[in-house]
Design a protein around this ligand. Structure first.
Ligand SMILES: [Zn+2]
Length: 171
């Protein structure tokens, strides 16, 4: 059986800035009011014969939204982003997080952003495609700590109404 959680109606939203390095129009820092829909498939189980408790799905998804909300999302593993004093092939992302400001270049443009204004993500892009994969994998990992009856966790990250990317993580 499948359960569905609607992001707009369940308030699974976040507003963030991002940039898609090298893209003609999305290569400038801009923002979206995202919302996140979740679908979970699995066997019904436990005392109440739930697939999964809606409360858990909403709580864990909201926690990821809150982590990204009102921040600039930086994809650390993007090939066009060059960080100062940080080698993405060698150094830990946790070291970068500890710097007071994040210095980076995208082609000819240089940026200095206070660390507290950023979220550093271990991703090549902060597209809807990569964010949906990030959400599905993080949520699946969290739910697997307490559920062993789930077959898949799918997450659609919508960049506003009418466009989103859906990623399905099989368990
Ligand atoms: Zn965008």
């Amino acid at each position: 059986m499948k359960i569905l959680v609607n992001g707009i109606q369940s308030n699974l939203r976040f507003s963030s800035a991002h940039v898609i390095p090298g893209h003609e129009s999305c290569g400038f820092i801009h923002g979206h009011s995202y919302f996140v829909d979740v679908e979970i498939e699995g066997e019904r189980a436990g005392e109440f014969e739930f697939v999964v408790d809606f409360k858990d799905v909403k709580k864990y998804t909201k926690a990821i939204c809150d982590e990204l909300d009102h921040r600039l999302l930086i994809p650390v593993f993007n090939d066009l982003i060059e960080f100062k004093e940080f080698d993405k092939n060698k150094d830990s992302i946790f070291d970068l997080k500890e710097q007071k400001s994040i210095y980076f270049k995208i082609e000819e443009k240089g940026y200095t952003i206070p660390s507290v204004d950023c979220v550093l993500l271990p991703l090549p892009y902060t597209s809807a495609e990569e964010l949906s994969k990030f959400f599905a994998e993080t949520l699946a990992k969290k739910l697997s700590e307490t559920y062993d009856n789930l077959d898949s966790v799918s997450v659609c990250v919508n960049e506003g109404i009418g466009q989103g990317a859906l990623y399905r993580k099989d368990l």
